[in-house]
Design a protein around this ligand. Structure first.
Ligand code: SAM
Length: 403
């Protein structure tokens, strides 16, 4: 059985090692490990290896700090130290975008207790995370990466679901940093009168008890977030990410910005605060309603030119040619935005700021632009999801050779 030194991580978190004729992907291997493995598929130049033994552990390997380790499908890189993980993920980003220098990584100010949202599966009386690639519910009692108010809400939820879980399919515990609320989905008849005992609750996007709409504080602004609206899970890292995006947009000196996948306006309002009109595009009705409400409620310290136009449509169906803009910002879901940037660049914006939660898909979207006179001028990574292989990347592209 061969032994190999793991040198890097693949984007799916598997360890990567060089072979005489190619590379091998070894799930469970971490950079710095010397591992024994056996061939488990792939081809000669790109093999897959099953980990047999760690012969010499990486100096960055630690004992996972959580009793569930990654059995809950969550923290898949909790066996790697914080610094080791950021270094490895920075390499992942560099490899995805084909750049020589590993981009800077902004670490999460909270190493634990940072997740403001957790989504749990419900099956009758059981509530918990679904195991990785499995339907099994792992009935966790607490979650060390969740914010304290989310953990406290989880403790209230478990006995409640044991009694009233029938007909419920999932629940998201959502916090704005001050209080936690519940957003359930159902797959059958539910006992609606029971929700009041739980607190602030929405069922299938509709309020059923208390007030499940949150108020997030972002860049000095108050942003409403309804039960179905997306918001970033790590509030402190989001603050830095928003500042980073707004800073890049400011440096592009725009006349008008197109903000695709705008959600509740997490980026839209801070960009408009630069004194720039913004066209925001989003398909989820609750998020556009939030964005419009957030726009209306923003009266203090608002620059005159901060005009926001909200377009509720699928980005794929947006007639980009009818929108005037000279800088585009996009923040799509994990699948990226295939084909979208081609339509955006027909308007020849001078700059594009791409916020990506999947660097491989973002690199795929950006690649054609490099043949159209755009070049990457900045890549920065943000540790939005500590202890996992996931992270956010902000990539800036500029047209032409200007600074
Ligand atoms: C990653 S979130 C980003 C939201 C926002 N920019 C922020 O910073 O919070 C992606 C957003 O895109 C929306 N979305 C997903 N697919 C879409 C599509 N095809 N067209 C329009 N909006 C879409 C989602 O509803 C979600 O609000």
């Amino acid at each position: 059985m061969p032994s190999s030194s793991i040198e890097w991580l693949f984007p799916d978190g598997a360890g990567g090692a060089r072979l005489e004729r190619g590379v091998v992907r070894i799930p469970g291997g971490l950079p710095g490990d010397l591992v024994r493995w056996r061939p488990d598929g792939g081809r000669e130049t790109a093999m897959v290896g099953a980990l047999e033994a760690i012969e010499r552990p990486s100096p960055e390997r630690i004992t996972p700090p959580c009793p569930w380790d990654s059995a809950c499908g969550g923290c898949d890189l909790s066996a790697l130290s914080g610094a080791g993980r950021l270094a490895a993920l920075s390499r992942v980003a560099a490899r995805a975008f084909g750049v020589d220098v590993d981009p800077p990584f902004f670490a999460s100010p909270r190493a634990e207790g940072h997740r403001a949202r957790i989504k749990l599966a419900i099956d009758g009386p059981a509530v918990g995370f679904r195991g990785e690639r499995s339907h099994v519910i792992v009935p966790i009692e607490a979650c060390r990466v969740a914010r304290p108010e989310v953990v406290e809400a989880l403790a209230r939820l478990r006995p409640w679901v044991a009694e009233h879980g029938a007909g419920l399919e999932s629940v998201e515990i959502r916090s704005d940093g001050a209080r936690a609320v519940f957003a359930f989905t159902s797959n059958g008849p539910v006992q609606r009168s029971a929700f009041a005992a739980l607190g602030d609750v929405a069922l299938d996007g509709v309020v059923v008890a208390g007030d499940p709409t949150l108020t997030l504080r972002v860049a000095g602004l108050a942003l409403r977030a309804s039960p179905r609206s997306f918001y970033q899970v790590n509030l402190e890292v989001n603050e830095r990410l928003v500042a980073c995006v707004a800073g890049h947009v400011a440096s592009l000196n725009p006349e008008r910005v197109l903000d695709l996948y705008s959600g509740i306006g997490n980026l839209t309002l801070p960009i408009a605060a630069l004194g720039v009109p913004v066209v925001a595009v989003e398909r989820e009705g609750q998020a556009t309603a939030d964005l419009r409400a957030n726009d209306r409620a923003w009266t203090v310290g608002r620059p005159k030119r901060a005009v926001i136009e909200v377009v509720e449509v699928n980005v794929e169906r947006l007639d980009v040619a009818r929108v005037a803009f000279d800088v585009a910002v996009l923040d799509p879901p994990r699948a990226g935005a295939p084909g979208v940037l081609e339509r955006v660049t027909r308007q020849r914006p001078k700059g594009i700021v791409y916020v990506a939660c999947d660097p491989v898909n973002a690199a795929r979207d950006v690649r054609p632009l490099l043949k159209q006179g755009y070049r990457i001028t900045s890549i920065e990574c943000f540790d939005m999801f500590p202890e996992t292989r996931h992270f956010e990347t902000v990539v800036v592209l500029r047209r032409g050779n200007g600074a």
